[in-house]
Design a protein around this ligand. Sequence first.
Ligand SMILES: C[S@@+](CC[C@H](N)C(=O)[O-])C[C@H]1O[C@@H](n2cnc3c(N)ncnc32)[C@H](O)[C@@H]1O
Length: 262
Amino acid sequence: MRYVITEYDEQERARLSALAEITDPYTFYQLDRLGLSPDWHCLEVGAGIGTVSLWLAERLDKGGDVLCTDLQTTFIDEIDHPRITTERLDITEPPTHTERFDLVVVRSVYHHVPDRELALRHLGAMLRPGGHLLMIEPDVHPIFSDPHPVWRRAWQAYFQWAGRKGIDPYTGQRAPNQLADFGLRVVSVEGETRLFNGAAGDNPARDLYRQTLHIILPELVAKGFLPQADSDEIDALLDRPGAWLMSPCFIATHAVKPAVAG
Ligand SMILES: C[S@@+](CC[C@H](N)C(=O)[O-])C[C@H]1O[C@@H](n2cnc3c(N)ncnc32)[C@H](O)[C@@H]1O
């Protein structure tokens, strides 16, 4: 399985922590709304550091549990909770758990998977009939109205790079139709877009985008997608408190697997 991150080290842990800090509140709001029941069997796919699984586990009892999975279990293996089991799961491989889960949560994973149709087939197979899927995926559309030209150019370069890696930067807005085409009933689609600036101190959005860009900017420059001068300017922009930058919109799609197929 191809994934752009290959090192699951302390730097990646910090990046995933920043991602969790900015997306957890909205994810928990979405989970609260879908009517979670304490006896549910839940699955998190591509859990990263597992904050969503931990939140779910605290709301379960009466036999409810969470299977917390990732392609690489380095971080989730540290979780010690009586209602959480951890397991390696590659969403591109045939599932070993079928029609088992009342809830499957996928956040910021699906857009990385080049064969999204295959991933969807596997996600659908793991849901029990009547089960819920919450998919929260980024969509870059807000960035193209950002007032900072260099920020727009950097994301344009990301587009070219992502296209070659099989990453879809418009996954957030495409997911609802992809889920519906697959036979799931789409219940709701909502997005959250954050603007952030370079203010000093605790600033998880700035940290997330700085760390993510530091991973990919050298390649964007090396491949000729972005001039070196732009790459240098981005570093300065990310430190400027007065520059409010658009982040991708995280689009949450809640869908249900029909109780009777078809
Ligand atoms: C951007 S991180 C998101 C982590 C977490 N879901 C969150 O939102 O905080 C993407 C995660 O997906 C995992 N991943 C990538 N490809 C995967 C695949 N084919 N199957 C399962 N997980 C995968 C990575 O290991 C990584 O932990």
